[in-house]
Write a protein that binds this ligand. Structure first.
Ligand code: FAD
Ligand code: PHB
Length: 394
């Protein structure tokens, strides 16, 4: 067994774990990160694409914004549409905040490079990760490294940044934890395509056949999604079928708008659920990001919530470890959960407003709500404020 000692042992090198190690290092707090996958795998995972205002501010302040500002795209709003109508909701005009299109793959690459340059200790490709003695002042993480050697990391604090399937959330005793869950009766079929986006801002489309979303990654790469039934096999969706469904649902031909198809380079089906586990702290274990909560992607909140958690947790741990000041660490779970529940509601609201479920009554309510959101200042303002993101700590 090889032993390591650090101040903060972090499980998971996704955006939450990497960013936390970066922010802690900036304040001189040492950490060790353990990660189940390889660095290449983590950096290639196609996931979120939208950074809200406060995420960009935090990355900038942490010295991580250079490539984001060079290669990312600032967007002033989104389109909401349903058959025959498309409406632009302008976030900049309404709430003075924009969002940025910059893939999670790029965020993790920027973080990976910054951590490497800093000499961060990250153990990739570990197995059998387990957390121990969380109620004590000497918690630890054990795992088996990529060469098969047993490793033990002793720390003052353990942080679970290990996503929705990691071991940390389950380490909170059942008598202490409480969970909330909503599983949606539909999934997304997502594609990446080597074709210039057919739109300037993202299009969120309600359609009787199901929801569709036109997003993008760059001037030459588009990201698009279709609502499909749960359990859908991607093999049943050849490229032609995907483009035909996207054209119908996104309104090809409506007011002269055209959807340009192109070669599809990635295809996957993702189920959708909302999940929250409380509290986000148990003894000397803290949870951040997907380890504590999952949102359906319709509100583009998953990655942003992970960043917001870490934005609260890093100063709390610095105060705890440097000044023995426990106030922020004690407040962390309650403070983070206020934003978590706001984003959980917003993501649920966007999801249930835009996805069809076969119920004709619900369809009429959805269309009525969409007309209200797009047509009333109060409705549009609410969407803009939530989508562009509330300030960290709201
Ligand atoms: P993760 O990115 O999941 O990172 C957790 C890390 O922990 C992983 O690297 C994992 O390998 C590691 N880990 C797990 N178990 C262990 C273990 N036992 N030991 C060591 N390490 C471990 N959000 C959006 O906003 N928009 C989207 O379009 C979108 N699409 C998504 C598509 C998919 C398929 C998924 C799964 C998520 C998507 N999300 C999306 C959500 C968003 O990607 C997440 O909210 C974000 O990745 C959260 O970051 P995180 O660091 O908390 O968790
Ligand atoms: C994406 O570009 O992957 C994306 C954008 C907006 C969403 C979800 C996903 O709401």
């Amino acid at each position: 067994m090889s032993g390591m000692r650090t101040e903060v042992a972090i499980v998971g090198a996704g955006p939450a774990g990497l960013l936390l190690s970066h922010l802690l290092a900036q304040d001189g707090v040492d950490s060790v990160v353990v990660e189940r996958q390889s660095r290449q795998h983590v950096e290639a995972r196609i996931r979120a694409g939208i950074l809200e205002h406060s995420t960009v501010q935090l990355l900038d302040a942490a010295g991580l914004g250079e490539r984001l500002h060079r290669d990312g795209f600032e967007h002033r709003g989104i389109y909401l549409q349903w058959p025959g109508e498309r409406h632009h909701i302008d976030f900049l005009d309404r709430v003075g905040r924009s969002v940025w299109v910059y893939g999670q793959t790029q965020v993790t690459k920027d973080l990976g490079r910054a951590r490497e340059a800093d000499g961060q200790r990250i153990l990739y490709e570990v197995s059998q990760t387990a957390v121990h003695d969380l109620e004590s002042d000497t918690p630890s993480v054990t795992c088996v490294d990529r060469d098969g050697a047993d490793v033990r990391i002793d720390a003052a604090v353990v942080v679970g940044c290990d996503g929705s399937f990691g071991p940390c959330r389950a380490a909170v005793p059942e008598a202490v934890r409480r969970t909330w869950e909503r599983v949606y009766p539909y999934s997304w079929l997502g594609i990446l395509a080597d074709v210039a986006p057919s739109t300037d801002d993202l299009i969120y489309a309600w359609h009787p056949d199901g929801f569709a979303l036109h997003s993008m990654r760059s001037a030459i790469v588009s990201r698009l999604y279709l609502q499909v039934p749960n359990g859908t096999d991607v093999e049943t969706w050849p490229d032609d079928r995907i483009w035909a469904a996207l054209a119908t649902r996104l309104g090809h031909g409506q007011d002269g708008w055209q959807l340009t198809p192109g070669p599809i380079t990635e295809k996957s089906v993702l189920p959708m659920r909302s999940y929250v586990q409380t509290p986000m702290r148990y003894g000397n274990l803290f949870l951040a990001g997907d380890a504590a909560h999952i949102v359906p992607p319709t509100g583009a909140k998953g990655l942003n919530l992970a960043v917001a958690d870490v934005g609260l947790l890093a100063p709390a741990l610095v105060a705890l470890l440097r000044k023995k000041d426990t106030a922020l660490a004690e407040a962390y779970s309650d403070t983070a959960l206020r934003r978590v529940w706001r984003c959980t509601h917003f993501s649920w609201w966007m999801t249930t407003m835009l996805h069809t479920n076969g119920d004709p009554f619900d369809e009429q309510l959805q269309l009525s709500q969409l007309r209200w959101v797009a047509g009333s200042d109060a409705g549009a303002q609410g969407l803009a404020e939530n989508y562009a993101g509330l300030p960290i700590g709201f």
